[in-house]
Write a protein that binds this ligand. Structure first.
Ligand SMILES: Nc1ncnc2c1ncn2[C@@H]1O[C@H](COP(=O)(O)OP(=O)(O)O)[C@@H](O)[C@H]1O
Ligand SMILES: [Mg+2]
Length: 356
């Protein structure tokens, strides 16, 4: 068991004009499942590779439990890493692939056999130990890659987009397996992904990274309900949070297109006259009678998803989506009247993008 601590960690690649990682401070608790999420190029892999020892920091410190590890070789760090392209050795069997690192480390044979058997049991690979990778499905190969990490019994598991190469159905299945595995082993985990669904479903805590800096961190629900910035609001959630331009005038939030939403006096007063971006989750809309509705429009397109329906409409020139019950959703072309409760919206300063 182990903690990970990054202290003012920085990375500038040779020849790069900007810093890739800009003073990252982060603690991962013992047994915690931490997901580092952000768009492509924001520095997730760089951060993970520095923890693993595959990339050297240009500033700051990395601690694993009570040892400072930057400067140590990867194999001295008590970590194991699972990559996107699981890179199994094609000429080795599953058992040989899983035990390779242990054999290199001269772990006694009996112990290797025992650890491989235990990991194979955990991962449902018992019947495949003598097969070669080419005789396995994508999901089984990914499991072997995880098995290779598990047998090393590391203090910290590092995952870099391990599911990106799998098709959607398998990805969902493996996601569940990874979380179940974590609940079983309680191993400290840092998991990197650009996929907000993986972040939301897997994490104890999500850290959103943008341009090499932490944008926000918290439980998945906290980030979803109370995004600190417009960026986090737009990044988490599918379909995306709707974003309308607004302004508070005489105590009411003007959403353009003749729409007004009454705010409580203490919420409205400090915002009077400020340009705002108003974030509204698709599920925050509900169908309302025309005389009490806030938004009046027309359903442009309706997607029937079975359990829910996505109703697309345009408000004040802005494309929006409402998530409604299929039984109540209008058909394309029909009028649409939507209600909205003021406690279901997020307000951001239009210039800074910060929540207000
Ligand atoms: N070896 C490298 N040399 C120079 N620049 C790099 C190198 N690796 C990554 N970068 C740059 O650092 C930034 C972050 O990359 P990376 O950590 O791979 O992002 P992510 O994993 O979030 O997609 C990108 O702009 C990328 O081009
Ligand atoms: Mg990456």
């Amino acid at each position: 068991m182990a903690q990970v601590r990054l202290v003012d960690l920085g990375k500038t690649y040779d020849g790069a004009s900007a810093n890739t990682i800009k003073g990252l401070d982060l603690e991962v608790a013992d047994g915690e499942f931490l997901v580092l999420v952000g768009p492509s190029g924001c520095g997730k892999s760089t951060t993970l590779r520095m923890i693993a020892g595959l990339e050297e920091p240009t500033a700051g410190e990395i601690w694993i439990s009570d040892r400072r590890v930057d400067g140590l070789e990867p194999r001295e760090r008590d970590i194991a890493m699972v990559f996107q392209n699981y890179a199994l050795y094609p000429h080795m069997t599953v058992a040989q692939n899983m035990s390779f690192g242990l054999r290199l480390a001269k772990v006694p044979k009996a112990e290797i056999r025992q650890r491989v058997e235990t990991a194979a049991e955990t991962l449902g690979l018992r019947d495949y130990l003598n097969r070669h990778p080419k005789a396995l499905s994508g999901g089984q190969r990914q499991r072997v890659a995880m098995g290779r990490a598990i047998v090393r019994e590391p203090g910290v598991f590092l995952f870099d987009e391990p599911l990106s190469n799998l098709d959607a159905q398998l990805r969902g299945q493996m996601r569940t397996e990874i979380r179940r595995l974590h609940d079983r082993l309680s191993a400290t985990t840092v998991y990197v992904t650009h996929d907000q669904v993986e972040a939301m479903t897997l994490a104890d805590r999500v850290v959103v990274l943008k341009d090499g800096r932490i944008e926000q961190q918290g439980s998945p629900q906290e980030l979803y309900d109370r995004p600190a910035t417009r960026f986090v609001a737009g990044f988490l959630g599918s379909p995306q949070m709707n974003m309308l331009s607004g302004e508070v005038r005489q105590g009411a939030l003007d959403l353009g297109g003749g729409s007004q939403l009454a705010l409580s006096a203490d919420r409205a007063a400090p915002l009077e006259g400020r340009k705002l971006d108003v974030g509204i989750r698709p599920e925050a809309f509900r169908l309302a009678a025309p005389e009490v509705a806030v938004i009046h429009g027309r359903a442009e397109m309706v997607e029937l998803l079975g359990a829910t329906s996505l109703v697309h409409f345009v408000h004040a020139g802005q494309a929006c989506t409402a998530l409604l019950e299929p039984s109540e959703a209008p058909r394309a072309g029909q009028p649409l009247h939507l209600g909205l409760s003021p406690d279901r919206i997020s307000l951001f300063d239009a210039d800074s993008g910060r929540a207000v």
